[in-house]
Design a protein around this ligand. Structure first.
Ligand SMILES: *[C@@H]1O[C@H](CO)[C@@H](O)[C@H](O)[C@H]1NC(C)=O
Ligand SMILES: *[C@@H]1O[C@H](CO)[C@@H](O)[C@H](O)[C@H]1NC(C)=O
Ligand SMILES: *[C@@H]1O[C@H](CO)[C@@H](O)[C@H](O)[C@H]1NC(C)=O
Ligand SMILES: *[C@@H]1O[C@H](CO)[C@@H](O)[C@H](O)[C@H]1NC(C)=O
Ligand SMILES: *[C@@H]1O[C@H](CO)[C@@H](O)[C@H](O)[C@H]1NC(C)=O
Ligand SMILES: *[C@@H]1O[C@H](CO)[C@@H](O)[C@H](O)[C@H]1NC(C)=O
Ligand SMILES: *[C@@H]1O[C@H](CO)[C@@H](O)[C@H](O)[C@H]1NC(C)=O
Ligand SMILES: *[C@@H]1O[C@H](CO)[C@@H](O)[C@H](O)[C@H]1NC(C)=O
Ligand SMILES: *[C@@H]1O[C@H](CO)[C@@H](O)[C@H](O)[C@H]1NC(C)=O
Length: 889
């Protein structure tokens, strides 16, 4: 969704389309969203001859919309109607696909003021539980397209529109095209389309049926080029099957000794690119003529002396992704000095790697809960998409076990209490084999209580009270370790004869009543506390937020909430509202507890409530916060706003969903353990964030609390440094500005700062050294049970043997290069040098780390070499010389 090559990525209607002979489109899914099913559906779209049908059978929610009447003729028919979603946070299409096969997935969004609000909608598009793209109409773009090549891991594909702000998500078309599976293979991750061009002076774009996979090829040409073309047939039968029409023209540089250059840039400097360059020689060469050129990527030769085959497609691609320094990418074709003719280029596709780290919920659980949903006709708006993940969109009434992102979550709690259920207890429940609690109370269920419930091993709690169930409660349900609540079913009995039908109170029922009395009492107490909170002198209320929902709170997700858009300062009651009354703790950082929250325009946020002890006398709060809000860097967690109301001080940050580096080293908190290459990338990014604080901010800023738990990971696993700068003048007390009480975390604390009380950037470098040691070893920073309790002493002692493996994290399973490990170790030790003068600067650290990362990428690519060679064939060239992809230097 970035503009590249100076062109918009979208283009529809009003231009002619090449039409080829009709081909089989049986396997395609082409949905014209918002088309009422009673209008002619499916219909054949006039230009492409694609059969579009209404989306009604693939989604249960949303409303039909239509672009503004006077603009209809700007768009082809499929883009004129749309489906929009005023209700619910997540609305999903559910489509059937072939597991394990590569698919082209394309969604198209044409706003055209369908709602008359003339706003710029902004919302997220999810693939199952993972973010795919943010759809943003900022800048009045006409249409937005998201497209990727993806191999589904199950036969069902969920494509969800997620509301992230105040605007309403919508969608115009959704298209799925199964592809061959011997093309577009990646190391890991899927391919998000960046652009796909063919080189021609015409204005026509190519789609189905010219392209049998219905990839859309947009025309592109530069003034310094000349077009060549042929009317002869070009053989396109390689595994990529580039459309013949795209191969029948090509660009050559007009100045025949100049290179042919394609450049683009992206603000996502860490993008990893895969490209596929399609060539065919389409001129009849004279005897003495030759066309031969080198291909370079960011100035490095990646393929030398390439000769495009005559009238036959040839595709060049790299097996592993490339990166671009500073976001500026350049692909050049440079004529060799043997060649008499300039280089030629037919078509080019560029994709970025997109990772979908969160696994979908266990497939059997998903099918089971969907069957239950159908059986009981449950139509809750949240019951769409993946049942368990992302956690903030979990279906109402469910809880799930989520060990780590790579393990499919399991459903552990199902609460359908007061849901108007009728009929019998469904056996669909049987297939939820990890279910621990089941609450079916307060419904109109009839029939007998089925046996299987007692045989579900994991079940420990069943509530079937207040229904119309009858008969005997099966023996199996009276097992130990299973709590059963069954009162309020007049026809149900525990044992023996069910007659006479005089109401009989079971022991469980008594427990329940006692419990409910107790709960009411607690409730009254809590309410009293909550009401007392209104009095600002109530200490308890000041120090800790109330932990039980009180009345009279609007939640950020509800339409009633009216928190304004780009506002920075929030009241305490808005903080309560956005955190849903401090419901979910997501961490405990320096100076306070961090809560999860939701704020219309930002989606999820993290709210740090500064504890009272740390806020005492914190006079410079506002000035400092204003300064922090101006710091923006891709590897720093941004501060969005704050609350400064009496004794209530809170900071509102962007929410970074994937835990912290510490968790991904230890595997705690259900996090996946990351490999050496990923560790290196994460520390490069964290170091860049820190370097920015030291050298890019005016005035320079010292972080003061660099540690692995402050290195957070976002949905794409990008490192984001948290909690910076906060302690700059914190808390003042009776000491002067810079020499405050020692802030920071023990173990990470610069011993020189501790001695001298003088704080410099080099104190951060020390802490960063400790982070590097942790990353290498996964050892605690301080462990009193070790003979050498501090990590620097411990590694120094252990590594005396001369064997780096003695300190390396065993979880890495020796999958790293020992030279690289030594380099990082040496770097860490120089950062953690006792004397600040002998420590490197963060800029030097960044340079060194990047070199290590580059050689790690090279190493991994070398390991892949065997595989690649097997795959190259006459029609495609796989680039194996991977030195071509140094990461950003
Ligand atoms: C959707 O929202 C409309 C109002 O915007 C409301 O009338 C309707 O009942 C809602 N539907 C559901 C299923 O919540
Ligand atoms: C795709 O791969 C599967 C095996 O994974 C193979 O059976 C199938 O034939 C392949 N399909 C195509 C179109 O190559
Ligand atoms: C195209 O090339 C392939 C192999 O390179 C060959 O098998 C096929 O017959 C050719 N097709 C045409 C139409 O020439
Ligand atoms: C053609 O390109 C070459 C190499 O880039 C350059 O030296 C030369 O000046 C160019 N000629 C013209 C006429 O632009
Ligand atoms: C991309 O490159 C062009 C030309 O070099 C430049 O004008 C533009 O500012 C760059 N954009 C970004 C985002 O770097
Ligand atoms: C083409 O690549 C080869 C091998 O890297 C190199 O020796 C040669 O100088 C290159 N030629 C040009 C014109 O860049
Ligand atoms: C170009 O060719 C000449 C000989 O024909 C050779 O001496 C020279 O090294 C070549 N230059 C490059 C850059 O390859
Ligand atoms: C089920 O949800 C209801 C409210 O919707 C709640 O009162 C009840 O405690 C929940 N049951 C369990 C077992 O959590
Ligand atoms: C339980 O799952 C199996 C397949 O895993 C399926 O065959 C069966 O029909 C399911 N049972 C119910 C009651 O849904």
């Amino acid at each position: 969704m970035e503009s590249s090559l100076g062109l918009l990525l979208v283009l529809i209607s009003s231009v002619a389309i090449h039409i080829g002979q009709a081909q089989d489109q049986k396997e395609f899914i082409s949905l014209d969203c918002g088309l009422p099913a009673n209008e002619l559906s499916p219909y054949k779209e006039a230009h492409t001859k694609l059969l579009f049908s209404s989306d009604e059978n693939f989604i249960q929610s949303g409303k039909n919309g239509r672009v503004q009447a006077n603009r209809e003729r700007e768009f082809l028919k499929p883009y004129r109607t749309l489906r929009y979603f005023p209700n619910g946070t997540r609305n999903c299409y559910s489509l059937t696909v072939e597991k394990g096969r590569n698919h082209l997935i394309r969604a198209f969004f044409t706003y055209a003021n369908y709602d008359g609000f003339d706003n710029n909608p902004n919302f997220d598009l999810y693939l199952g539980p993972n973010l795919w793209e943010t759809i943003d109409f900022q800048g009045q773009v006409k249409s937005v397209r998201a497209e990727m090549l993806h191999i589904p891991t199950s036969n069902s594909l969920q494509i969800c529109l997620v509301k992230t702000g105040t605007t309403i998500p919508f969608i115009s078309t959704l298209e799925i095209r199964p592809m061959g599976n011997d093309s577009y293979v990646t190391d890991s991750g899927s391919l998000n389309l960046f652009f796909r061009r063919y080189f021609t002076e015409s204005k026509n774009y190519i789609r189905y049926a010219n392209d049998i996979y219905d990839r859309a090829w947009l025309p592109y040409f530069q003034t310094e080029w000349t077009q060549i073309s042929t009317t002869l047939q070009v053989n396109n039968s390689n595994s990529y099957i580039p459309p013949k029409d795209a191969l029948s023209t090509a660009a050559i540089p007009t100045n025949s000794s100049a290179p042919l250059t394609i450049q683009w840039n992206s603000s996502y400097v860490n993008n990893q690119y895969y490209f596929y360059i399609h060539f065919a020689e389409i001129q009849e060469l004279k005897k003495k003529d030759s066309r031969e050129f080198n291909i370079t990527w960011n100035g490095k030769v990646i393929l030398s002396s390439f000769i495009p085959p005559k009238f036959r497609a040839h595709t060049v691609f790299a097996e592993s992704p490339g990166t671009c320094d500073g976001g500026d990418c350049s692909l050049q074709l440079i004529r060799t000095n043997r060649s008499t003719l300039p280089p030629l280029l037919s078509a080019l596709e560029v994709y970025t790697v997109i990772q979908f780290p969160q696994s979908e919920t266990n497939e059997i659980d998903v099918i089971a809960v969907q069957n239950i949903k159908i059986t009981y006709g449950i139509s809750r708006i949240s019951w769409q998409g993946d049942p368990c993940v992302p956690q903030w969109l979990m279906w109402d009434g469910l809880s799930c076990s989520t060990t780590d992102m790579s393990t499919p979550p399991r459903i552990t709690h199902l609460n359908l209490s007061s849901s108007g259920l009728t009929g019998t207890i469904t056996d669909g429940i049987k297939n939820l084999t990890s279910l621990e609690t089941l609450d079916l109370s307060n419904n109109n269920l009839i029939g007998e209580v089925p046996d299987f419930l007692g045989n579900m091993k994991s079940l420990v709690f069943i509530n079937i009270s207040m229904n119309d169930l009858s008969g005997l409660i099966p023996q199996t349900l009276q097992r130990k370790g299973l709590k059963l609540f069954s009162q309020g079913n007049p026809g149900l009995c525990l044992s023996g004869s069910c007659l006479p039908p005089k109401p009989k109170s079971f022991p469980v029922a008594i427990i329940v009543s006692v419990l409910s009395v107790a709960i009411s009492i607690i409730g009254i107490l809590v309410l009293t506390l909550v009401l007392r909170k209104k009095n600002p002198s109530t200490v308890a209320a000041q120090r800790r937020p109330p932990s039980i929902s009180s009345v009279n709170v609007t939640y950020a997700n509800s339409p009633a909430s009216s928190i304004q858009t780009n506002k920075r300062s929030f009241t305490y009651s808005e903080v309560i509202s956005m955190t849903n009354n401090f419901q979910r703790v997501v961490g405990e950082g320096g100076f306070g507890i961090v809560y999860h929250g939701a704020l219309n325009v930002y989606g999820q946020v993290a709210v740090k409530l500064l504890s009272q002890s740390s806020t005492q006398g914190y006079k410079e709060f506002k000035a400092e916060v204003d300064l922090l809000m101006r710091v923006h860097h891709t590897n720093l967690v941004s501060l969005i706003g704050y609350c400064n109301e009496g004794d209530h001080l809170a900071l509102i940050y962007e929410f970074v969903p994937n835990g912290d580096l510490r968790q991904h080293l230890s595997g705690k908190g259900g996090r996946s353990i990351i490999n050496w290459g990923t560790r290196l990338r994460i520390v490069v990014e964290a170091a860049s964030g820190l370097e920015y604080l030291h050298t890019g901010c005016i005035p320079p800023m010292v972080h003061r609390d660099v540690k692995t738990t402050n290195i957070l990971l976002d949905e794409r696993f990008k490192a984001r440094l948290a909690d910076f700068g906060l302690s700059r003048s914190f808390p003042v007390g009776n000491e002067s500005h810079v020499s405050t009480i020692i802030a920071g975390t023990s173990g990470y604390l610069d011993p020189e700062y501790y001695r001298t009380n003088r704080l410099t950037e080099k104190s951060d470098v020390y802490s960063f050294g400790i982070v590097l040691l942790e990353m290498i070893t996964n050892q605690p920073v301080i462990d009193q049970s070790r003979e050498k309790s501090h990590i620097t002493e411990w590694v120094g002692f252990e590594v005396n043997s001369g064997d780096i493996r003695s300190i390396m994290d065993p979880n890495l399973q020796e999958d790293y290069d020992s030279d690289s490990a030594w380099r990082i170790f040496d770097l860490a030790m120089s950062c953690a040098n006792a004397s600040s003068k002998r420590r490197p600067s963060m800029s030097q650290v960044v340079v060194e780390l990047k070199e290590c990362l580059a050689s790690e990428i090279l190493r991994r690519n070398m390991m892949n070499r065997g595989r690649m060679e097997a795959r190259s064939s006459a029609e495609v060239t796989v680039l194996v010389d991977t030195e071509m992809f140094p990461v950003a230097r």
